[in-house]
Design a protein around this ligand. Structure first.
Ligand SMILES: Cc1cc2nc3c(=O)[nH]c(=O)nc-3n(C[C@H](O)[C@H](O)[C@H](O)COP(=O)(O)OP(=O)(O)OC[C@H]3O[C@@H](n4cnc5c(N)ncnc54)[C@H](O)[C@@H]3O)c2cc1C
Length: 421
């Protein structure tokens, strides 16, 4: 970074990505202002399933995934939903999504995902150390449950890709599952266990605690809806909000799924889609889980949190502005009951959030094309809680113009704009 540039930055968006970017920038000596229309970690970052998953390297688009789409779409309780009126606008993204699932592209995608996700548990422990809220992140296992006895198969492509990258896995059969997680229904006959995982017992509080840390270290939080980012003649930017304008030399755009709009106004297209998800919290569950558990057949995750037992999942494509369809959340009542027969399902609270999803499940991390020192940090899809700390570290190194021991090419913002990435 040239010496003339002051070490100051504005982070747009106080989700987990923006908060972790702010903390990492502070480590490099930056004065940081964070702007959000809401409080810290009150959106998508608060309602996720709490899985901190260092071994996540399997993209949503896998070879042959399209074969399942009709079955999923026509099952009203299935894991995928579309607003049909939105389909024409979705098609270009879907096309890129399907292309990303080609077998030969998988190893590079898996490596890029792993580089962001691998240090997550250790980094969260470090970020929380000494602050009095270390209990927010626990070490645990991640159980992927199957109804079929041969469902958990180490030779299946997703497990092979993980094993090639050093994950520690264990197959459990029938009763062995309940030795580890006693509340799981006997209907589940096999499980794949991923070791050395983490989970947070409250992602929203995690975000607020880390935001308070940034504030205690000198960050300024500003409330306001960012309406546009305006390049200035001196090479800096003006951030116009409904509460007034702010100027800066360095912007970090971490506005989740909404980032696409602020970039579009600058003439920068990006293949980012709003992938809505839902959760249901059973507030008086009558049981607790020691680990994160995934019903692999029905594609949702359940975990114990401070607020109760949370079941989360669903991919719904309806754009950024459509009203929530909470039926998608209520589906989790019967699904979770079939997973955990002793669960008390009375007093359940529903929620919807918007995943910022890229076609290849690799986040967009790097400078916006044509806009020096406007750094993008969004597109983490299903894995933003996991990827936040390392994303922050990457952004801070880019902003400080320091070398990163990582090839940043797979994260390029324009990788879908110039033919096939
Ligand atoms: C149901 C569900 C379950 C999930 N489970 C997991 C999981 O178990 N593990 C995992 O790793 N990930 C999970 N995720 C994904 C994860 O939650 C997201 O990837 C992550 O929260 C994205 O964080 P973010 O900071 O990019 O976006 P957000 O949390 O959406 O934050 C963006 C912020 O920008 C602000 N903003 C946007 N536009 C503007 C504007 N114009 N002006 C001012 N402020 C603005 C918003 O108010 C918001 O605070 C899940 C997601 C869902 C929906």
């Amino acid at each position: 970074m040239p010496d003339a540039q002051p070490r100051e930055a504005i982070v747009v968006g106080a989700g987990l990505i923006g908060i972790c970017a702010a903390l990492a920038l502070q480590e490099k000596g930056f004065d940081v202002r964070i702007i959000d229309r809401d409080g810290a970690a009150e959106g998508t970052s608060s309602g996720n399933a709490g899985v901190i998953s260092p071994w996540s390297c399997i993209p949503q688009s896998m070879p042959g995934v399209w074969k399942n789409v009709p079955k999923w779409l026509f099952d009203p309780d299935g894991p995928l939903a579309l607003r049909w009126s939105y389909v024409p606008r979705l098609m270009p993204w879907i096309w890129k999504f399907l292309q990303s699932g080609a077998l030969e592209r998988l190893p590079a995608i898996a490596d890029a995902m792993l580089a962001v996700n691998r240090p997550s548990v250790d980094m969260y422990h470090q970020l929380l150390a000494g602050g009095g809220d270390e209990d927010l992140v626990e070490d645990c296992l991640y159980l992927h449950l199957y109804r079929k006895a041969d469902g958990a198969n180490l030779d299946d492509l997703p497990w092979r890709l993980r094993r090639e990258r050093g994950v520690e896995l264990q197959v459990l059969r029938d009763g062995e599952i309940r030795e580890i997680e006693p509340e799981v229904s006997p209907a589940f006959k096999s499980a794949m266990v991923i070791k050395k995982q983490g989970r947070t017992v409250n992602p929203g509080r995690l975000g607020k605690v880390l935001a308070a840390k940034a504030e205690a270290q000198g960050a300024t939080f500003l409330r306001g809806n960012v309406e546009r980012i305006v390049p200035q003649a001196d090479g800096g930017y003006r951030i116009d909000t409904d509460q007034g304008g702010h100027t800066t030399k360095t912007v970090v755009l971490a506005a989740g799924a909404w980032s696409v709009r602020l970039l579009a106004a600058l003439g920068v297209p990006v293949a980012l889609e709003a992938e809505r998800g839902y959760h249901l919290v059973f507030k008086d569950p009558g049981l607790s889980l020691k680990h994160s558990i995934m019903d692999t057949d029905r594609k949702f995750v359940t975990s114990s949190m401070e607020m109760g037992v949370r079941a989360a999942g669903t991919a719904e494509f309806a754009g950024l502005d459509a009203a929530p369809n909470y039926r998608r959340a209520r589906v989790f009542t019967s699904l979770t009951k079939s997973l955990l027969p002793n669960l008390n399902t009375e007093a359940a609270e529903e929620w919807m959030g918007v995943r910022p999803s890229s076609p290849d499940s690799v986040p967009f991390i790097g400078e916006a094309p044509g806009h020096p020192r406007l750094f993008c940090a969004f597109g983490h899809g299903h894995l933003g809680l996991t990827g936040a700390p390392m994303t922050g570290r990457m952004i801070a190194a880019l902003a400080a113009d320091e070398p990163l021991n990582i090839d940043m090419t797979p994260y390029r913002v324009d990788r879908f704009s110039h033919g096939r990435p």
